[in-house]
Unconditional design. Structure first.
Length: 102
């Protein structure tokens, strides 16, 4: 604990002078149109949809979570099994419920 306090004190003493918050310009400006990209994550496929009007802020931005995609196959996988097996089946998906509810 004493060593951690010493490290924190050294960090505080070496904080540079200057502004703590600055404004930045937009990094990306998409041309007008619709864009969709898929990325593989640890839990499955993450989808990103962007509808751009050509300005720095998109008209619409939508994320499709991997849990939502995986939930669609639950009916197919659990067909013919018992209700008690449904808990174990859903646990194997490793759902993040708030992520699905968006």
């Amino acid at each position: 604990m004493w060593e951690s306090m010493s490290i924190i004190e050294q960090l505080i003493d070496n904080i540079p002078e200057g502004e703590t918050k600055t404004t930045t310009k937009a990094v990306i400006k998409l041309p007008k149109g619709e864009y969709y990209q898929r990325v593989e994550t640890a839990r499955g496929e993450l989808g990103v949809y962007i509808n751009s009007t050509g300005t720095k802020n998109p008209y619409r931005l939508k994320f499709r979570s991997p849990g939502f995609s995986n939930l669609s196959v639950l009916n197919h996988i659990s067909k013919g099994s018992k209700i008690a097996d449904l808990v174990a089946t859903m646990a194997s998906f490793d759902f993040v419920i708030p992520d699905i509810d968006r």
